[in-house]
Structure formats: structure tokens, C-alpha cells
Design a binder for this molecule. Structure first.
Ligand SMILES: *[C@@H]1O[C@H](CO)[C@@H](O)[C@H](O)[C@H]1NC(C)=O
Length: 397
């Protein structure tokens, strides 16, 4: 028998919830891409529906949510441009956006698949982005005459951005790019591509400030996170990286006149089976660039080929590096509580510029072994080092 008190309570609760949802609908404009014509079948080109949903959300004077229900949506190149009439647009993605299966469709055209440009207050919550890059990677391996490929997701010249719970799969090139932005939070993101895929950097940041990347898993074929010129106040914490090429500041010094990298904190990272752990690299040529106030802390290396690296003699194909002297000035870099195993004998390598030796490099409680059992080696050129606590290897201190 139904309990009348219980039924009354339930009735009351459902009235409250209807009331609350109508209130939240009232102050939020909702645009559902399926209602705007997108087809969740993985085959029908849904690009226009996404662009129309963006146009409506961007034109709305109140906060707007774009809903992408479960299902697979074929989307060609889509550029979501500001400036918008409100500063709170959320893309709530429950489904998967699929790039066209022919890599030429997005691979040649401007190098972005999904681009947000000049926006303020955009959040992406959830969703999978599948760049379907494998065919392009295979062609790149067998011939030079191929498109460079598109980045899955980029934010350019944008502020107050949040990317949460997104999965980026098989990008043709870089997965996520943050360029020319201020205040960006990337959290609980996953990046997945083959360990052999070329140029598939997980997250690339440049010319941006106040970016944080938290609780993110990256499994890819190039740098897990790459940090380009003009990056300041970057915070990276709780990252699992591998396979991949590690977390890199650089390559720097590509241009003679170049903005510096300043105040970067990287902490609580696990590198597993990666080519590098924490790396700073600059081309061996003149530049106004610099790297300063960097902290690498609480890091575990598991079978990492080059756990700690500064390479200022980087010169791909030995072209354009006169005298191999890097103009990039590196100072105040601290490595604290870094432990684990190197897959090669040289676990710490400081190969700094002859013309601009590295200054203020500190090692504090760094303990790295060679293959978990043998003592590892350090190699140091043109570097001023100090240490505290236990530091192993210690042969160049
Ligand atoms: C360095 O960056 C962090 C954010 O990553 C910020 O909280 C801190 O204030 C910055 N420090 C300086 C000296 O600018």
C-alpha cells in the first residue's frame, strides 16, 4: 500500500525540481545541436548545425549552453569566433565529434580542426574529439609530400577558458593548442594517440599567461606538454605522461626576436616509458629569448630515456645554427624531489650555451638510477649548479 505521507513528499519534491529547472532555463539559453539539424550517425556532415548553434549562443545576451547529445557527429573544419554578446558559453558534449575520414579535408586548411578565436568565457565540458589522424601519420612516415595536419582543438587570442573532462583522440597534429590566451584552465582531460604518431603534442601553450593544466593523462607520440615562447605563470600539476616525449619548454630560439618563458611550475608528474622527463631546449642560434623562474617538483620517472635535460644545442638537420651558440638565457631552474629510473646511463644532462651559460640551476633531493639498479651519470656543460639534500647522480657537481 502506498504511504500517503511519502506520496505527498514526492509530489512536493517534483514541484520544487520543476520550479528549479525552469528558473535555470530562464537565465540560460540552451541550444541543442540535434534540434538544429546535427545527425548523431557519424556520417552526415553536421558542421553547419554546430556553427549555427555557436552563432545563436554567441549572439545571446544571457549565458548560453550548447548541448551535444550522445552519438557521433561528423564535423569538418569549424571556427567559433568572438566577440560574443555574453561571457558564459558552455559546450556540454556527451557525444563524439569525428573528423572527416579523408585527412586532406581538414589537414590542409589552416591547420586547425576546431578553433575558438577571440572568445571570452567559453567552457568545454566532456566529450570526445576524434581527429582520425592514423592515416595521415602513416603517409607522413612514407612520404614528405603530405599536409602537415590539423590540431584537434585550439583557443587563440581568448580569455577565461575552461576545458574539463574532454578526451582528445588521434589528432593529425597537436591535440590541444592554447595560443595568445589569458586565464585558461585545463582539467581532467585525456589525450590519446599512438606512441609512434608524429608531431602529436598533447597540449601546447604559447604567448599565454595564467594557464593551468591539472589532473590530465597524456599518451602520445610527441611532447605530452610543450611550452612555447611568451608563456608566463603556467601551472602544471598531477599529470601522467607516457608514452611521449615528456614535458618540454621549447623549442625556443626559432626567431631572433622572441618572448621569454617565465614562472612555470610543474609538479606531481609521473613519466612512464617516455623519451624525456622534464626538458628545456633551444636552438643553437642567436635569440633574445629567455627562460627563468622554473620549478620542476615531486616527479617520478619510470624507465625514462632522458629524465632531466637542458639542450641548448638543438639543431634539427644541422641547418641554420651558426656556431651552435644559443642566445636563449636560462636562469633559476629548480629540480626538487625528482626520483626514479633512467633507461639510459646519463640521467641528468645539462648541455647549456657556450655564449650564455645556464645560471642558478638547483638540484634538491634528486635521486635517479640507471635501470633501477645501477648508478646513473650526469653530464654538465656551461652550467652553474647548486645542490641540497641527497643528489644522485653527483659526478658533475
Ligand atoms: C607565478 O604563477 C602562478 C600561477 O601559475 C601565480 O600564482 C604566481 O603569483 C606567479 N608568481 C609571480 C611572481 O608572478
Amino acid at each position: 500500500m502506498a504511504n500517503p505521507v511519502m506520496s505527498l513528499i514526492l509530489l512536493f519534491l517534483s514541484i520544487v525540481s520543476i520550479f528549479l529547472s525552469s528558473v535555470s532555463m530562464a537565465d540560460n539559453a540552451i541550444f541543442n545541436v540535434v534540434q538544429m539539424g546535427a545527425k548523431p550517425n557519424g556520417k552526415t556532415d553536421s558542421t553547419m548545425s554546430f556553427l549555427n548553434a555557436w552563432k545563436a549562443a554567441c549572439g545571446s545576451t544571457k549565458p548560453a549552453t550548447i548541448i551535444v547529445p550522445l552519438g557521433r557527429y561528423l564535423v569538418k573544419q569549424a571556427h567559433f569566433r568572438g566577440k560574443c554578446n555574453n561571457k558564459a558559453i558552455t559546450f556540454r558534449i556527451d557525444g563524439t565529434l569525428l573528423a572527416p575520414s579523408n585527412y586532406n579535408v581538414i589537414g590542409n586548411a589552416g591547420n586547425y580542426w576546431l578553433l575558438f578565436e577571440g572568445v571570452d568565457g567559453v567552457s568545454i565540458r566532456g566529450g570526445n574529439l576524434d581527429g582520425r589522424g592514423a592515416a595521415l601519420w602513416a603517409c607522413k612516415a612514407s612520404s614528405n609530400n603530405r599536409p602537415s595536419g590539423a590540431t584537434n582543438l585550439a583557443f587563440v587570442n581568448s580569455n577565461n577558458v575552461a576545458i574539463t573532462g574532454l578526451t582528445s583522440l588521434n589528432s593529425q597534429m597537436f591535440h590541444i593548442v592554447i595560443n595568445g590566451c589569458n586565464k585558461v584552465k585545463v582539467q581532467a582531460v585525456k589525450v590519446l594517440a599512438s606512441g609512434n604518431s608524429p608531431n602529436t603534442d598533447g597540449i601546447h601553450v604559447q604567448l599565454s599567461s595564467e594557464v593551468s593544466i591539472l589532473k590530465t593523462k597524456i599518451h602520445t607520440g610527441d611532447d605530452c606538454i610543450s611550452i612555447g615562447p611568451g608563456t608566463t605563470n603556467l601551472w602544471i600539476q598531477e599529470i601522467a605522461c607516457g608514452p611521449g616525449h615528456g614535458i618540454s619548454i621549447g623549442s625556443l630560439g626559432k626567431d631572433f626576436k622572441e618572448a621569454g618563458v617565465q614562472n612555470v611550475t610543474v609538479k606531481s608528474v609521473i613519466f612512464k616509458n617516455t623519451q624525456n622527463g622534464v626538458r628545456i631546449k633551444s636552438l643553437g642560434r642567436p635569440s633574445t629569448g629567455f627562460v627563468k623562474n622554473i620549478i620542476f617538483q615531486h616527479t617520478t620517472m619510470i624507465n625514462v630515456q632522458n629524465p632531466i635535460v637542458i639542450d641548448q644545442n638543438y639543431c634539427p638537420d644541422n641547418i641554420n645554427c651558426p656556431g651552435q651558440v644559443s642566445g636563449v638565457k636560462i636562469s633559476d631552474v629548480t629540480y626538487g624531489d625528482i626520483h626514479g629510473s633512467s633507461a639510459t646511463e646519463v640521467a641528468v644532462k645539462f648541455d647549456c650555451s657556450k655564449g650564455n651559460p645556464c645560471k642558478g640551476i638547483k638540484l634538491e633531493n634528486v635521486h635517479l638510477t640507471y635501470k633501477n639498479q645501477l648508478p646513473a651519470q650526469a653530464s654538465c656543460d656551461n652550467v652553474a649548479l647548486t645542490t641540497s639534500g641527497l643528489v644522485q647522480p653527483d659526478n658533475c657537481l
